[in-house]
Design a protein around this ligand. Sequence first.
Ligand code: SF4
Ligand code: SF4
Length: 676
Amino acid sequence: MTVFFILFCICVFLSCVQVGLHVRAIRGGRASLKADHVWLRVRHTLAAALGQHKVRERWWGYAHVIIVYAFIVFLFATVELLIQSVVPTFDIGDVVGLKAAGIAHLIQTYFAYMTLVAVVILGVRRLVRRHTLRSTWEAWVILGLIALIMLTHLGVMVAVLSNGGEGAWFGRYMPIEAYFARDLSSYALPDGTVVFAPGVDHRAYLLYMLCAALHIVCVSVFLVLIPRGKHLHILFAFANLFFEHRVYDDAGNPIDGAEPVDMAAFEASLEEAAEKDLPEEEWPALGASRVCELPSRMLLNSFSCTQCQRCTDACPMVAAKLEGCEGPMATEIRLRAMCARADAKLLEDAPLTAERELWACTQCGACERACAVGNKHTPRIIELRRALQYREMHPKKLNEIFRHIERAGNPWGYAKADRNVWQSCLSDALPEDAQLPKQTQKIFVFAGCMGAYDRASRRTLQDMVMFLRRNGYEVCASEREICCGEVLQAVGNEAGFDACKKANMAEFGKHPHDLILTICPHCAQVLRERYGSEKEPLCAMHFLEFMAELWRTGRLRMRDAVNSGHYVAHVPCGLGKKSYWAREVVSLVRALGVDVPEDVSQAHCCGGGGGQYFLETGRDIARMRAKELDSFGKAEVATACPFCAQMISSEFGVMGRKHVETVDLVALLVEHAEII
Ligand code: SF4
Ligand code: SF4
């Protein structure tokens, strides 16, 4: 048996070398692995890794969960066999006691049966879904190895039971093993013979030797395969979850977001390059055009990918069958292959993500919401867009939007003076009979471009302001607010975004406030995640998130509910997949009487995010979404994003379903709810 132990050691060595090479490749990326808030990170990592809640969302996910736990359980069984391979008389019962050892053997055996069932389920699923599932020989080999490891464990148990003795008390709880063991024990050894002593001609001994050797061989092969294939996630997923890009708010909640760019540092590096008179190719640039320019966190993502396809299944580009769009999993696989060469180019020849897909991504976050190992695809897409935009290789249509925002402060080029028309409601008289409770929070209302210029959204915005004032909140706003720049950062124009951020931050500073409220999820998200930072957090919320928080804490009540069965909700991505108030928002919308028939974390987007509203490339996705909503057979679609409302209603028009109206949930809420 010693030879198998040596084989195992060689495989561990080979595996470590390979893992070491991967770690070196990951470290070759831009430094980005943050380890602040260690305990919060550990808590989130353990909750995700051990809770497996995303994997359990589908019934067959339970098969994966069983296998994950089997890895932990069989770690001890394998260690015991390895020790016995060099010290044949070793008995774990001598160390932990016969009772504890027997219980451990029972747990391992029951897990072995559950794991065998799980392997069959996953194998059948692979066969049934072979046309849509990415099936590789490696996946089949791994399933086979797992099954063999379980079977060899059962074989070892039969051998142990046939040997009998005090240590085999657990045999009465293993009827199948006990049955086979009885047959073998007719060849029992004379009393006092050392258990499993080498050279003894005994069927139980031979069975033990065969199973133990095969077990160690399977584990060794497994170890060699892990760093070469998708099962590397067994090792890297923990680190991936731990190092996830998060900024923590005061309550310890994580806020995900795109990797910020320090524009001041970037401009300083440009000046330095100019002073040194560096050749053009050595000048600093924004975004990532080579592997080494991607944050190492993203390289770690690619090594942690389990190739489960959940992200691709959730992606609206794939669901709408957009030409040339393969979905995020294909990019992860390509990136991992590219990582071996730090200077591999991401945008030329064989690009990491096809250009069509790169610009068609709606940044909806469905892929990230679906990923069980915490991979973030949207920041990677933004990195690539930044690189293209910096080299002026972005879609030309965007130039007009850039120009308008720069000159007029909004993407359409509307007159600056018209932006503040909505502000009349700040001084409108309140109803005389209004009983005003005095609220302590002072609210800054950020109108956003839609709220300021779109007639329907402007009405919604004004309704919101009047509601806040009626309920005793002091409300302020700036007359010099400009576009929040969300679209600019989504398409990679960091310089433009930085200018918007600076201008708006200056306005926030001039109007003391406790909270910023908007009616647009895009504004709320970008203010929270890209304007605010760990050092200077910015408290910004969509009105629905604000109301959901009041609802959760019992400070909001419904005066009456809307006409039940009339409305179906389209919860915007920014309030569903990307908001950590998502559950409360859904509960609030349901309490209002609006039907939320889907799991909002999996519902498709409207096709307007990530710049698609302006690029007009999300029409197919919008059509798909409008059809889905139409299938619920309601008279009106209630949403809470001006962009969603326009994308969906215009597709209803194209489909000849003009009678299906869209309404803003903010308007419905202020009509039917009151703060207590
Ligand atoms: S963000 Fe949305 S559109 Fe973009 S890759 Fe992910 S799922 Fe697809
Ligand atoms: S990125 Fe995540 S969801 Fe997508 S295939 Fe990999 S592990 Fe699965």
